[in-house]
Design a binder for this molecule. Structure first.
Ligand code: NAX
Ligand code: K
Length: 534
């Protein structure tokens, strides 16, 4: 369980999210803990190493009899590695330390931990590999590889034996656990400096580092687990990080309570504006997902000739036929009726399956300016604003937009999908600030940004969700939570978290390739159930 951190109250679930920090911020926190809270640095290192062992056992089971190769560099990251080595040996693992530097060059604390390990394990438990071949031989026969080569101290491109070691780890492709950070990954940018370890698990200390969630960090970090090494909360508060990690606790805290005396009206009525001929599924999935996140009433407004199809697809949700074009998409003439429809609902979700028919585009552009309800804009509603992001600043209330990188790029004339993906955090945060909207930038490690520049990263979700319709489900969930009275920030964060968790449960059940959006929607209730998911 990730420890709760005290943060300044902001009237949002921010109090239960975890600040994500840079290497510099983490160093400051470590220093303050050592010098002001009087926790010796060796105690911090011991806690870090013990945390790695706990996480190893949680993921890979008992360590007794397992052959574990631990690669140690010269800094404190290597020091953590020696602690892991000592503690694993105590658990009867067969431990081999591969020391990549002469012992005389170890940092002060790393040297102390090295000596402690050697005293108990003996000289033979430490090998000084000299070339890539020797390294590879060792790694091939290991059950587990622990990467304690470089952590937050990485400053330049990795070369020589360090690089050989990183490449050998990746070639061996054994279950690999990174200590604090995958070696070679820059803690702040997520850039690979020369070469970087591709880990299955990263056990990070104190607070999560930015680089684990952006750039190559998304591919290199694997599962990320956080170990509490006892950094006092007031020091964390003072850092004032503008980037947070969503947590299970924050998401659950934001969900509306179900009161005994409540009725369906208590849980809001969301209007979903979606669908066209050939795309009725988008409307149906958004409606179903809105119901599954607890919304009391859901009505889907759809082009009139597809209304019967939606009636057949949906049982619990209502439908409302709207004027349509010859192409069976929403017609411009339906604007007043759509505005009245929105006015009678608690929140509106618009976009899935609308098409980019010129009349429908015109309708959306007008609707977005005039609607005066909490609103989420997705898919073709965003495509209707392609290159016209300035229209968003004319909205009566700051909307939530849920672009994937392609849609994000289309909103801003000079952006491309590639440029968005290269700087997901920066893109989402800048756009939210400049246009005064809430952004859910979808993709691996979804980013949620708000108009004041605060951003959060979602830890749930998996590549199985790269399948048709998952975006429609997210839109329905966001709309449903808005209708239940959540603020845009809470609705965006909470929907994204449970959408990812439901996707993770669906992947557990059906596998990443085989899962489809309906499986995800069916898992929403299980994701919401108050049990601990790992
Ligand atoms: N007291 C603390 O500050 C704590 C630190 N901890 C660990 O300490 C790590 C940070 O330790 P350090 O600051 O010693 O840094 P690292 O252990 O990450 O490595 C730094 C050393 O590697 C060298 N180096 C940098 N880039 C290199 C490159 N490309 N090739 C070869 N050598 C390179 C540096 O000159 C330095 O000597 C954290 O990531 C964490 O694992 C933990 O033990 C928890 C407590
Ligand atoms: K490492």
């Amino acid at each position: 369980m990730i420890p709760r951190r005290r943060l300044p109250q902001t009237g949002t679930p921010r109090g239960t999210m975890i600040p994500i920090v840079t290497a510099e911020q983490m160093r400051l926190l470590d220093d303050q803990t050592i010098t002001q809270a009087h926790v010796p640095s060796l105690v911090l290192m011991e806690r870090a190493g013990a945390g790695v062992v706990t996480q190893l056992e949680a993921l890979y089971g008992p360590m007794a009899g397992k052959s574990v190769a631990i690669l140690c560099g010269k800094g404190n990251n290597g020091g953590d590695g020696f602690v892991v080595a000592r503690l694993l040996r105590r658990k009867k693992a067969r431990v081999q330390v591969l020391l990549l530097t002469p012992p005389s060059e170890l940092s002060r604390d790393a040297k102390t931990m090295y000596q402690r390990f050697q005293r108990t394990a003996g000289q033979a438990a430490v090998t000084r590999p000299v070339d890539a071949q020797g390294l590879q031989q060792r790694l091939r026969t290991s059950d587990l590889v622990v990467d304690a080569i470089l952590g937050t101290g990485l400053s330049t491109g990795v070369t020589g034996l360090y690089r050989d070691a990183i490449e050998a780890i990746n070639t061996a492709a054994r279950p690999t656990v990174a200590v604090d950070l995958p070696s070679g990954l820059h803690a702040d940018s997520g850039a690979i400096l020369g070469a970087a370890v591709r880990a299955d698990l990263t056990v990070t200390f104190g607070l999560p580092k930015v680089g684990l969630y952006c750039g190559a960090g998304i591919e290199c970090s694997g599962q990320v687990r956080l170990v509490d090494i006892g950094i006092p909360a007031p020091f964390v508060d003072a850092i004032g990080s503008r980037l947070l990690l969503l947590t299970d606790r924050a998401a659950r805290t934001a969900l509306p309570a179900r009161r005994p005396s409540s009725h369906k009206g208590t849980y809001g009525h969301v209007g979903i504006i979606a669908g066209s001929v050939g795309k009725t599924g988008a409307a149906a999935m958004a409606a179903l997902a809105a119901l599954r996140i607890g919304t009391g009433l859901v009505t889907a407004a759809v082009p009139s000739s597809v209304n019967d199809v939606l009636e057949a697809k949906l049982l619990e949700a209502m439908t409302l036929p709207m004027p349509e074009t010859k192409a069976r998409t929403f017609a411009r003439s339906g604007l007043d009726r759509l505005l009245a429809f929105a006015g009678a609902r608690d929140a509106v979700a618009i976009g899935p399956g609308l098409t980019t028919h010129p009349e429908t585009v015109e309708l959306v552009q007008e609707f977005v300016k005039r609607v005066d309800k909490p609103c989420v804009l997705d898919a073709d509603a965003l495509n209707a604003l392609a290159g016209k992001a300035s229209l968003l600043t004319e909205c009566k209330r700051p909307p939530i937009i849920t672009p994937h990188p392609g849609e994000m790029a289309r909103l801003e004339a000079e952006a491309t999908t590639q440029s968005v993906n290269e700087d997901r955090l920066g893109t989402a945060t800048r756009f939210a600030r400049e246009r005064g909207v809430f952004v859910i930038l979808k993709g691996a490690r979804t980013v949620i940004a708000r108009p004041d520049g605060l951003a959060a990263i979602c830890p749930t979700g998996n590549p199985g969700m790269a399948t048709a319709g998952t975006g429609d489900a997210l839109t329905g969930m966001v709309g449903g939570l808005l209708a239940q009275g959540l603020s845009p920030w809470d609705a965006a964060c909470t929907a994204t978290y449970f959408h990812g968790l439901a996707g993770d449960l669906a992947a557990q059940q059906f596998g990443q390739a085989g899962m489809i959006t309906r499986d995800l929607i069916r898992q929403i209730p299980h994701a919401l159930a108050p049990i601990t998911h790992t």
